[in-house]
Every structure is written in C-alpha cells, then in structure tokens.
Design a protein around this ligand. Structure first.
Ligand SMILES: [Mn+2]
Length: 346
C-alpha cells in the first residue's frame, strides 16, 4: 500500500478532474461553503442551432485544465498565480439541468447561480457593517451553450442591477426571435438570449460591446436590433488593421475602468483552426494567442464574473485543442480576479 502522505505531490494527470485540480466542494448542497472564486459548470445545450454537444463542455474543460498547474500555475504576463493567492478558489461542480425542458432548465440555472453568487466570501476583507460594503465572490462558469447567459444575467441583476457585458463571439446573439421563431418554444435560443435579456432590462443600456464578430446577417435590420440591446460591434478582421492593442483599447473605452462588467467568452471567437469543437464554427477568427492577450489586456477593468461557453468536445481533435484553449481563457480571467484582490460590493 502507498500512503498518500509519502508522495511529494500528486502528478497533474492523476486524480479526479476539477478545474485546475482545485478542491471540489458541493457548494450548491451546502450554503455555508465560502469561497472567493467559484468555478461552476452548466451542462446545458438545448438552445443550439447547429452542432449540439456543449453539455459536455464543463467536463472537457476540467480534463484539459490539468496542464495549468503542471509547471506551477504562475501567470508570467500578469505576474500572479491564480492557484496560490490571498483567498480560496473552489470547483463547485455543476448546476444540474434538465435536458427535456428548456424553461425549467433556465429556472434551475437561475436558482443555482443566485445561490452561488449570494454567498459569503472566504476572505472577509471588505465585510464591514460600518462602511456598509461587503465582499462578494466572483463566479467563473463553464458552459454549456450560450443560452445560459440569460438566467445568469437574471441572477446578476438581483445583486448588481442591469449589467454591462463584454461579449466575445463570432455572432451577435441578439437576434430578434419575433422575426423568425415559428413557435413560442423556439423563441429562446443561443442566438436570441441578448434580445430577450435586453427586453427584460437585464442589460445596461449603452455600454455593451461585442468583439470578434464575423457572422453573416439576415439583413442590416439585425444591427438595428443589436443597437437596441446597447451594443457596439468590433469585427474579427479589425485585428489586421489595429492589432490586439487596438481591440483592447476599443473595449476599455466603451466600458470604462470603474463600472462593474461581465465577461462572456464564446469559444467560437477563435478560428476553427484553433477551436474546431464548437456549435457554430466560423472561419476568419482570432488565434488563441491573440485572444489570451486581449483578455489579459482587460486586467484593469472591474470584471465581476465570466463564462466560457459553446465548447462541444465531440468535434474536438484527439489532442483536445479546443478544450485546452477554453481552459486557458478561464485561467487568464481567474488570474485577473486574483490580481485585483477581493471583490467589493458597495
Ligand atoms: Mn454565442
């Protein structure tokens, strides 16, 4: 028999998969569990228009994330180690979602996310009755198709009010379903959730931004609907002219440094050469290097939470190329959270 305490440290290819081999706790089952950063999987993919399979995204990201701590986990460009820091990060497992009823699934996600967001932090730095401010955890969500952002924004509104969103995607995801949905059931999809979120008052009016776009349109009326959701648009090809610094500058200018902002990353922002395993692939996207640099460039923004969605691992290569990119993008955001310190809610 080998005693565990005789080993130096478990190799990163051993043990049960959690994100970055973080400790797992069943945060949804026990509301006394505290953390500063919570990883949560949402294995929902009933809103997809083309290739299904993003329900397996969370487990694929966890598996691919094993490499993150292989050499220690220190993030050189951001000068921080998101796995050794001032607080506690946990992998909270998955929100259980029913695959047979899209609307019930939305309720399950909202209930689960709300419970995880409205939780005491492990680090009490800002918890003071004197100042009236408190600490609040930051959640990193592993999708799931992009539809999950609707219930996430519903939960976020309860804490922060209408939210500013930085949306990395090949597509607008603000399509007006009244134009094309043949039934009531067809209204909510991974392409219409921003339109619905805007109608519900979940989005800030005029501070949102898309980046990485290269979708075709039904017509230019799609942009009018998108304008009404409070977005401006950065096309993927702009990187050839203004570079990654230009993309970062546009995003920062739009959202500002102080305002609470939510970061949503569709893996289809990347070129299919870098990320083939996704629901609606589009050529002409960014490389994983460019995308990671752009995310790091947002380190001085006030990011309150983030997701990585639309990884459908059945279409991945044997080398997990898409899942590795997804795990790394979450790593960059987690590094930003650690660099900024505890999240303070006024
Ligand atoms: Mn999307």
């Amino acid at each position: 028999m080998i005693r565990a305490d005789t080993l130096q440290a478990a190799p990163s290819f051993a043990g049960i998969s959690t994100y970055g081999l973080l400790p797992h706790q069943a945060c949804l089952d026990d509301e006394s569990i505290e953390y500063d950063i919570g990883i949560i999987g949402i294995p929902f993919d009933v809103g997809v228009s083309y290739r299904p399979g993003a329900r397996f995204g969370p487990s694929a990201i966890r598996q691919a994330s094993r490499t993150l701590t292989l050499a220690g986990g220190y993030n050189v460009p951001l000068a921080v180690n998101p796995f050794k820091f001032w607080g506690r990060a946990l992998d909270c497992g998955d929100i259980p979602v029913i695959p047979y009823d899209k609307h019930e699934a939305m309720d399950q996600i909202e209930r689960g996310y709300t419970s995880l967001l409205q939780r005491n932090t492990y680090t009490k730095e800002f918890s003071s009755t004197k100042t009236g401010s408190q600490s609040i955890p930051r959640l990193l969500t592993l999708g799931g198709d992009h539809t999950i952002l609707l219930p996430i924004l519903r939960s976020i509104k309860k804490v922060y009010g209408p939210m500013t969103v930085i949306h990395f995607d090949a597509h607008l995801d603000s399509w007006n379903p009244s134009a094309s949905a043949p039934t009531k059931e067809a209204v909510l999809t991974h392409g219409s959730f921003f339109y619905l979120a805007s109608k519900e008052g979940l989005l800030h009016n005029d501070t949102n931004i898309h980046a990485g776009l290269r979708t075709t349109l039904g017509s230019l009326a799609d942009y009018e609907d998108d304008d009404k959701c409070g977005f401006v648009r950065v096309e993927a090809h702009e990187i050839d002219r203004i570079g990654v610094d230009g993309i970062i500058e546009k995003i920062k200018k739009r959202v500002g440094l102080e305002r609470p902002v939510y970061l949503s990353m569709d893996i289809d922002t990347l070129d299919p050469a870098n990320a083939p395993a996704t629901g609606t692939p589009e050529t002409g996207g960014w490389t994983s290097r460019e995308m990671r640099t752009i995310i790091r460039g947002l380190a001085d923004l006030n990011i309150i939470g983030a997701d990585l969605v639309e990884l459908a691992p059945a279409y991945d290569t044997n080398a997990e190329v898409t899942a590795l990119a997804a795990a790394a993008l979450i790593y960059e955001v987690m590094s930003i959270f650690v660099q900024r310190g505890p999240m303070r809610l006024e």
